[in-house]
Design a protein around this ligand. Structure first.
Ligand SMILES: Cc1cc2nc3c(=O)[nH]c(=O)nc-3n(C[C@H](O)[C@H](O)[C@H](O)COP(=O)(O)OP(=O)(O)OC[C@H]3O[C@@H](n4cnc5c(N)ncnc54)[C@H](O)[C@@H]3O)c2cc1C
Length: 548
């Protein structure tokens, strides 16, 4: 059954990190009618708001979509969990709260790959505009934006010792990874408002919902983009078991993330004809890059057992420890409950790094788990994770069928490039070197993961293949650029289809060196400003216009 909804100027598909920003910025103009269609439900609930609730939400089917990668040779034939937020706020409502933009060069790389205007100087004003940082003012930081970014609010003596060991190993202290450089070690910043999680929804979308020109529909999954005479005219979506249609006067804006944006394009007949036909979808527009160029950070965790009960694993098992944490959170707005995925770490260089640029990111937590969302270990675990900043492996997202509710194939091809293998092996050596410095060595007795048995390069690589996981940074599947494989141009317009834009993490040409939420938010800011600039200006005919 098909019901019709009134027209809007803009329909935004997805209320995640980027979508929430776009919705807020576009609806600043009262003459602009904006509709947001979100597959998930409202972002209510204590665990979504409590920072440490990350460990609860990540595998909750109520607020996530539990994708898995296809088996990968580079990861010993394993399928890797790839959850994404399916809730208002998207993945920003369930993520680990780490707020780090990446290296300046990451964005200069985008520009050199054809993303004109997206070099560091082109993106910095948008990074500054979106945040209110509680640290000292600087030319790099914003103080008046909607998103509250906080310095770490938890102390740990073992983390302090780890930092001292890393410093002794030659890494400088870095007071602000979002400043001049990511190089060095220090505390991570978090998306926190007081002692609560700050998501894109709490910062951008909810405050804007009082505007009469902004409508949010939840529990509504876009199933197809409606294209007539080469122009996106609206979308079809599924809600309460009913297919509905909404028409659009200006643009359809896809903010469904790196898995579901390419999926929606493919379901709508936009992509590589051979992949669409194989899935039973009639190709309408040939854009071979749709779903390709998938990139992610593959993370390897190392765990050592502490000699004293200084791990959070110990504290959560003691009623006194738990009560202390609760009081710290409630009255001090601090302590372990204000932390999500990690607290200290930094960026360093392996011998494969290019010039001064770090190629390894480090994350340290005074706890240990098999994977986020599972119980803390019963021993006094301490974790250092690492990942390669600029992996060369590339994969894809491809629909398997024309069913919009089916999961697409996700193949990141982890560790399929020889450089990626070498950097991971070096990463393990660096982490062990830090563990063995006199500043940290007295703290621990046993290496639990990967285990002292894994020593040669071949053994370490094998351990990485068997034990690594994702840090949930899937990006790049609708790459921006100007070459034939690019899906969107640097103004984020889908090449060859009028009135259709993509504003989310899928447009990144290459993965930033660090966590991807800050960059996704920035894409929302810059993308919205491009839409505003183009509003009312008839779009120039694009060079590529190839209806099949
Ligand atoms: C578990 C986890 C932990 C993470 N931890 C961190 C971290 O600590 N720091 C960091 O920087 N990054 C982290 N990330 C990554 C970061 O959160 C993402 O890169 C970022 O949120 C991506 O933003 P996005 O706007 O592209 O997509 P999302 O935020 O995922 O938003 C996509 C939205 O679109 C909706 N949607 C999808 N398809 C449809 C459809 N067909 N119809 C309607 N709605 C649809 C989804 O429900 C979702 O709300 C983490 C990610 C995950 C999943």
């Amino acid at each position: 059954m098909e019901a019709k909804t009134a027209g809007y100027d803009y329909v935004i598909v997805g209320s995640g990190s980027a979508g929430s920003v776009v919705a807020s910025r576009l609806s600043e103009d009262p003459s602009c009618r904006v509709l947001v269609i979100e597959a998930g439900g409202p972002d209510r609930g204590f665990w979504l708001r409590l920072p440490v609730g990350y460990f609860k939400s990540i595998y909750s089917p109520r607020v996530t979509r539990q994708f898995k990668s296809d088996p990968g040779e580079g990861v010993a034939g394993r399928c890797i969990d790839a959850p994404r937020g399916r809730v208002v706020g998207g993945s920003s409502s369930i993520n680990g709260l780490i707020f780090i933009r990446g290296q300046h060069e990451d964005f200069n790389d985008w520009a050199s790959q054809g993303a004109e205007g997206w070099d560091y100087h082109g993106v910095l004003p948008h990074f500054r505009r979106l945040e209110s940082f509680d640290g000292p003012p600087s030319q790099y930081r914003g103080a008046e934006g909607p998103l509250s970014v906080s310095r770490l609010r938890n102390k740990s003596v073992v983390c302090d010792d780890w930092l001292a060991a890393a410093e002794a190993d030659g890494l400088p202290r870095n007071q602000d990874f979002n400043g001049a450089s990511t190089y060095g070690i220090g505390a991570y910043q978090l998306t926190l408002r007081g002692h609560w999680r700050e998501s894109a929804a709490t910062a951008f979308l909810h405050p804007a919902l009082s505007r009469p020109n902004l409508t949010l529909v939840t529990g509504a999954q876009a199933t197809r983009i409606l294209i007539e005479s080469g122009r996106a005219r609206g979308i079809e979506y599924l809600t309460d078991g009913e297919i509905r249609r909404v028409d659009v006067d200006a643009e359809v804006i896809l903010c469904a993330g790196s898995v579901q944006t390419p999926q929606l394009l493919q379901l709508s007949g936009i992509g590589a004809p051979e992949h669409l036909e194989a899935a039973g979808v009639r190709p309408l527009y040939e854009l071979p890059g749709v779903g390709e160029n998938l990139q992610d950070h593959l993370q390897m965790r190392t765990i050592v057992e502490l000699k004293e009960p200084l791990s959070l694993n110990d504290q959560v098992r003691s009623p006194i420890g738990l009560a202390k944490m609760g009081l710290q959170w409630l009255f001090g707005k601090s302590g372990p409950l204000t932390v999500g995925a990690g607290q200290v770490g930094g960026a360093t260089r392996t011998r494969y790094a290019e010039g001064d640029r770090p190629d390894l990111q480090l994350f340290v937590m005074p706890l240990s788990v098999d994977k986020p969302g599972t119980p803390l270990h019963r021993y006094s675990g301490f974790t250092t994770s690492f990942w390669q900043c600029h992996p060369k492996s590339r994969g894809w997202v491809r629909i398997r069928s024309a069913d919009p509710l089916a999961d697409p194939a996700i193949q990141p091809n982890y560790l399929s490039d020889p450089l990626d293998e070498k950097v991971m092996v070096e990463g393990m050596k660096i982490v062990r070197r830090i563990y063995n410095r006199p500043e940290f060595a007295p703290r621990w007795g046993r290496e639990v993961v990967p285990g002292a048995g894994q020593q040669t390069d071949a053994e370490i690589l094998d351990a990485c293949r068997r034990m690594s996981s994702t840090v949930y940074h899937l990006v790049g599947t609708c790459r921006m650029g100007t070459d034939p494989q690019a899906v969107v141009d640097p103004r984020l317009r889908v090449r060859g289809v009028e009135g259709l834009r993509i504003i989310d993490a899928s447009i990144m040409p290459t993965i930033p060196s660090a966590n991807t939420n800050a960059a996704a938010l920035m894409i929302g800011e810059k993308g919205a400003s491009l839409v505003k600039e183009d509003r009312g200006h008839p779009r120039h005919q694009q060079s590529l216009d190839r209806p099949l």
